[in-house]
Design a protein around this ligand. Structure first.
Ligand SMILES: Cc1ncc(COP(=O)(O)O)c(C=O)c1O
Length: 395
């Protein structure tokens, strides 16, 4: 009998290592009795189960064939029109033809990486940044260069230096209530990044799933809306944090040539995003006052954020610092020097609390003392109890 030959092995991908840290953290967080501040889930109380059930009922009874058939790669025209209307209402004049509906903003990120990046190309990111964006960039074989950032977002002088030195094709930013830090990119820096893109020629990915969750301060205009930025900025958005993440509905608004390439890549990837989900979401958005619901959601998140902020100074070890977000779902803690948040996580879980260690969010050398807390999921009482447990675990 001929010898059995194994099939070829898998392609090694650098994306795998850090994702396992998060997977482990989330698995630990699911232990019974653990108060988890780890995941990036919207508050369950904000999911409009009845409204969405009615929307699915409606589309399945009034247009069952269209809702269940294959459809257009660039998305349901009604949903595109509603999203374009929301973007225009928020200060960026948008034509429905200028956007494509994606399977979450996450797919938009992977599509963007697919059409823009070749192995060895450089992407510049703020430090730290959204882990799953780093994973997308890693899949393409791009080189990720991190740029220092502070409470006002990316350091524009440092970015200018990186741009001159490394000539990135893409600069990836989460300007509002960033994941993981909760910080917001200051207005003058938005202008400066736009000017830099205009004069040095790079693409900007402006990833904005949290922009409608501002609960303090003034709304800031998108980088895409700054002078000179429009033809080189790709704006990503999502229904995940304002309606329901399980819908897996996001979008990308981009200049025409890039969008055409994205639509071809999406065709190869999944033909189109679920027809029935798009139809139900379009029906929901057309028939519900989502802005009125967002007023309630923002108030809830402010209350929860403040409840957490109110506890931190009395529970964290002296010398700890933390961010004070104006919106979104996350805050970022830096423990004193010598603390290792990943090593401490099992102990925290033994005390009945969990978080996400900060290290995987760094493209450059990680700061092991950092961690991310989501304030979105728990009311005041549980938050106070969770922070008490965290304090005990760290003491
Ligand atoms: C910054 C950022 N971008 C993109 C995403 C992905 O969002 P979606 O659920 O729309 O795929 C997330 C999700 O947490 C995020 O935090």
């Amino acid at each position: 009998m001929a010898e059995r030959v194994p099939p070829p092995g898998l392609v090694p991908r650098p994306a795998a290592a850090s994702s396992s840290v998060i997977r482990d953290a989330l698995a630990l967080a699911r232990r019974p009795g653990v108060l988890s501040f780890a995941g990036g889930m919207p508050a369950s109380e904000l999911l409009d189960v009845e409204g969405l059930r009615a929307a699915y009922d409606h589309v399945l009874s009034t247009e069952p064939v269209a809702a269940l058939q294959y459809s257009l790669t660039d998305g349901d025209p009604r949903l595109r029109e509603l999203i374009a209307g929301r973007l225009t209402g928020r200060g960026l004049d948008t034509d429905p033809a200028g956007l494509v509906v994606t399977t979450g903003a996450q797919q938009a990120l992977m599509l963007l990486a697919t059409v823009l990046l070749r192995p060895g190309d450089t992407v510049a990111v703020e430090e730290p940044t959204y882990l799953a964006a780093l994973q997308c960039f890693a899949y393409t074989g791009a080189r990720v260069v991190s740029v220092p950032a502070d409470d006002g977002g990316i350091d524009v002088d440092a970015l200018a230096h990186v741009v001159a030195r490394d000539r990135p094709r893409l600069v990836y930013l989460v300007p509002d209530f960033q994941n993981p830090t909760g910080r917001t990119l200051a207005l003058e820096r938005r202008r400066a990044v736009a000017r830099l893109a205009e004069t040095r020629g790079f693409w900007i990915a402006e990833d904005d799933p949290y922009g409608e969750l501002r609960f303090r301060g003034e709304h800031l205009p998108w980088v895409a809306a700054q002078t000179g930025a429009r033809d080189r900025t790709v704006l990503l958005g999502s229904l995940s944090k304002i309606l329901a993440p399980g819908l897996r509905l996001g979008w990308m608004s981009a200049p025409p040539a890039l969008l055409r390439a994205v639509v071809l890549a999406k065709q190869a990837m999944d033909l189109h995003t679920s027809s029935v989900d798009q139809a139900a979401a379009a029906h929901y958005l057309a028939n519900h006052d989502i802005d009125a619901r967002l007023v309630g959601g923002r108030a809830l998140y402010r209350e929860r954020c403040d409840a957490m902020l109110g506890e931190l100074s009395s529970v964290l070890p002296p010398g700890s610092t933390w961010s004070r977000p104006d919106g979104g779902m996350f805050l970022w803690v830096r423990l004193p020097e010598g603390f290792d948040s990943a090593a401490l996580l099992p102990k925290a879980v033994d005390h009945g609390v969990s978080y996400v260690p900060g290290a995987p969010f760094f493209a450059g050398p990680p700061d092991a003392s950092t961690l991310r807390l989501s304030f979105a999921g728990h009311g005041r009482e549980e938050t106070v109890e969770g922070m008490r447990r965290l304090g005990k675990a760290l003491s």
